[in-house]
Design a protein around this ligand. Structure first.
Ligand SMILES: Cc1cc2nc3c(=O)[nH]c(=O)nc-3n(C[C@H](O)[C@H](O)[C@H](O)COP(=O)(O)OP(=O)(O)OC[C@H]3O[C@@H](n4cnc5c(N)ncnc54)[C@H](O)[C@@H]3O)c2cc1C
Length: 498
């Protein structure tokens, strides 16, 4: 297809999430002309969807608490976190990650970002998890502003469709704006693919992770793996494509943003929050943490061990709750389910260690938190009939489900027979993110199956994950920013002298 227009830059970056913004900023810092293409109306991608946790070594926050941490210890702890997948990890990229967390954290803080922490998440041997304040939307806000100041040309509503290859070298990207204008964005130095993961990319999920995963909804519905697809079309390969975070049951999101996500990412506000988190008693901070937690997370499987059952919109049980029930949810009407229980179980889930949801190391949400923060998914009634009405399920069917369960269906689990009765839902099964990334070198150059570099093409973040395992919490964001800067730097250095 012929372009309506040709524009030429030193570096073309595809994607305006954490990796793309870091790449663009780095190339611009080195004096290059940079264009960043973002298909959505706003910057942010999954980076702005994230909880905002980053696992960092040697942060000022750690030092203040007397924690003496090292990249080598972080490297070893990542092995523990990787568990059964450890033999499939890319150790060169893991080394790059752990060697650069201190610097990336200082870079982000230097741009004005504020973090709370550190918090402990075993098997990390030290508290390493830091949380951006007031929420993860601060990332695109601060990095976007930094890029604009450095002169990066940011084009939102502009979808990259395919790579331009000439003489075996990537020389640009063909992209289309929301208005339909087709532009060849030519790159003298290189193209950086930072288009995120394929959690919402049906074909890529089917190809790499199987049909069952392909059926699952994604948290970020615009993460369609365009970067992976464009690179695959010219001979690149995906590593660890079957490793996905999901299916995971999560409560459906509220119909509009909760107040915590609406907090503007102003620095004075973030700083006040950090001071409050450092000095105020936990009881004062709980409402804040809870509002966030009950927006973003899913139910603990402990609920089922203690007797809760899963029913669909017809009020029917459909799975063994103790055997990976998340897999069965997508086959139910509207791909939705409800967690149903009685007063005995409700009383149990009011205090540690029986929580409904957790962001590990950060906070725990109990039933009362859901009653307060998520009235839209919280159902309670003195009768089963009333509970069914609140859920929009047929009363007779739900009553039958309770009877069957209390009769023969519960094995060793307690009966659900004490009023009032409760339900939380709808829940759905999601893919939160996919870990398959394009095979890359340590310079973030994209390579073919045989290891030969595709000249002019770089990848970063989820697109450039290259077989690196990022288990636990807070490593994906670190990788996005770190790999983005490296890819941007190398694409900038690749510009031929005039
Ligand atoms: C709910 C949730 C919570 C998470 N919490 C955490 C956490 O607390 N800590 C952590 O470390 N990780 C977390 N993650 C993972 C982390 O957010 C991502 O791995 C990381 O942000 C990926 O960054 P990225 O820049 O590669 O991709 P993204 O941030 O997704 O950016 C990719 C960008 O590319 C754009 N794009 C895509 N295709 C095109 C195209 N064709 N043309 C132009 N633009 C395009 C997208 O619109 C998007 O803006 C979480 C993820 C989710 C979904």
């Amino acid at each position: 297809m012929n372009a309506d227009k040709i524009e030429t830059f030193d570096v073309v970056v595809v994607g305006g999430g954490g990796a793309g913004l870091a790449a663009a900023a780095e190339a611009a810092r080195l004096g290059r002309s940079v264009v960043l293409l973002e298909k959505n109306p706003q910057l942010g991608g999954s980076t702005a969807w994230s909880v905002g946790s980053m696992s960092i070594t040697n942060s000022p926050h750690q030092l203040k608490r007397g924690i003496r941490d090292t990249p080598q210890e972080h490297f070893e702890d990542l092995e523990l976190l990787a568990g059964k997948y450890a033999p499939r990890d890319n150790l060169q990229l893991r080394r790059i990650l752990v060697d650069n967390t201190t610097d990336i954290f200082e870079w982000l803080r230097g741009l004005g970002l504020e973090f709370a922490g550190p918090m402990l998440e075993p098997p990390h041997r030290y508290s390493r998890m830091h949380l951006v304040l007031p929420n993860s939307r601060a990332f695109p806000r601060y990095l976007g502003r930094h890029c604009a100041r450095l002169g990066v040309s940011i084009r939102t509503d502009t979808r990259a469709e395919r790579l331009i290859v000439e003489g075996g070298r990537v020389t640009g990207v063909y992209a289309r704006s929301a208005g339909g204008l087709g532009v060849d964005y030519r790159a003298r130095g290189g193209v950086v693919l930072a288009a995120g993961d394929y959690s919402a990319g049906r074909e890529l999920k089917a190809r790499f992770a199987g049909e069952e995963v392909a059926q699952l909804e994604a948290v970020n519905v615009t993460a369609t793996g365009d970067g992976h697809r464009m690179a695959l079309e010219i001979g690149a390969v995906v590593v660890n494509g079957d490793i996905v975070r999901g299916p995971i049951m999560r409560f459906v999101p509220p119909s509009h943003d909760r107040w915590i996500l609406k907090l503007p990412p102003w620095r004075w506000l973030a700083r006040s929050m950090r001071l409050a988190m450092d000095h105020l008693p936990d009881a004062w901070l709980r409402p804040l943490a809870m509002s966030f937690l009950t927006t973003a997370l899913g139910p603990s499987l402990e609920l089922f061990k203690h007797g809760a059952v899963l029913v669909n919109r017809n009020g029917e049980r459909f799975a063994d709750e103790l055997a990976a029930p998340a897999r069965a949810v997508p086959r139910q009407p509207d791909k939705a389910a409800y967690i149903v229980f009685d007063h005995k179980l409700a009383q149990r889930f009011t205090a540690w260690p029986n929580y409904i949801s957790t962001a590990p190391g950060l906070a725990y949400a109990y039933l009362a938190d859901y009653r307060r923060n998520r009235a839209d998914i919280y159902h309670e009634s003195p009768t089963i009939e009333g509970l069914a009405r609140s859920m929009g399920a047929p009363g007779a069917a739900l009553a039958r489900t309770f009877n069957d369960y209390n009769g023969a269906g519960r094995e060793a689990r307690p009966a659900l027979d004490m009023a009032p009765f409760y339900a939380l839902g709808p829940v759905k099964s999601y893919v939160v993110f996919t870990d398959g990334g394009l095979k890359v070198t340590e310079r973030l150059e994209v390579v073919r199956e045989d290891g030969m570099v595709i000249p002019g093409l770089y990848a970063a973040g989820s697109a450039g994950q290259g077989g690196l395992l990022l288990e636990g919490h807070g490593h994906h964001l670190g990788w996005a920013f770190i790999s983005g800067r490296i890819a941007g730097r190398n694409a900038a250095f690749n510009v031929p002298p005039k």
